[in-house]
Design a protein. Structure first.
Length: 197
């Protein structure tokens, strides 16, 4: 894999800082300091913080697509793939406890600011929603696939928000277990329905 370009380093540093500090509270200087480059070199790559935000959202979308493709390959079926989504909460629990969900916090902040990039950031949720809807359809829940996708997205966001508020890892683990049980019941319901037809 080739070495990361300065532009890539700027985008990665900005992504981390936007997540940890928030978009509004992250300055050009913060990002330049994190990458350890001069302001002149920084401005060569990005003229405004909004340009950096656009690049961060593009990078997050690309990374999310790659992750979803990996789950498609590694998952033995739709239930297994949906379980991978649920397990994000466990895999990222340390960051979630400190900073919340990276998608939810960015979308929420941009909405409060009335920022023009809000719609772009919301594409991250749309990507998950579309993917989850497809998985629930494959699971045999075509009639309510979108409602189930939205329910799971909403629940995972709620867990991330409360885990961040209370810094409670036990809560994350408990909720993940309940979501796994819920998913199992969704799959069993679909199986019973297909047998009765």
């Amino acid at each position: 894999m080739p070495d990361k370009t300065t532009r890539d380093q700027i985008v990665e540093a900005a992504d981390r800082l936007f997540y940890r500090q928030g978009y509004e509270h992250t300055s050009f200087s913060d990002i330049a300091d994190a990458v350890q480059i001069s302001r002149g070199n920084f401005y060569y790559h990005f003229k405004s913080k909004d340009e950096i935000l656009g690049a961060v959202i593009e990078a997050r979308l690309a990374n999310t697509r790659t992750m979803l493709e990996r789950w498609e390959i590694e998952g033995s079926g739709p239930e297994d793939r949906i379980r991978s989504f649920i397990h994000i909460l466990i895999a990222n629990r340390a960051d979630i406890k400190r900073h919340g969900c990276p998608v939810g916090t960015l979308c929420g902040e941009l909405a409060k600011l009335g920022h023009a990039a809000q719609a772009e950031a919301n594409q991250l949720f749309t990507l998950f929603r579309t993917w989850l809807r497809r998985q629930f359809t494959l699971l045999g829940r075509e009639a309510d696939a979108d409602a189930l996708a939205m329910h799971l997205l909403a629940r995972s966001q709620g867990v991330a928000t409360l885990a961040n508020a209370f810094h409670d890892e036990k809560f994350i683990r408990q909720e993940v277990e309940e979501m796994r049980d819920w998913l199992r019941s969704c799959a069993e319901g679909a199986l019973r329905q297909s047998r009765s037809q």
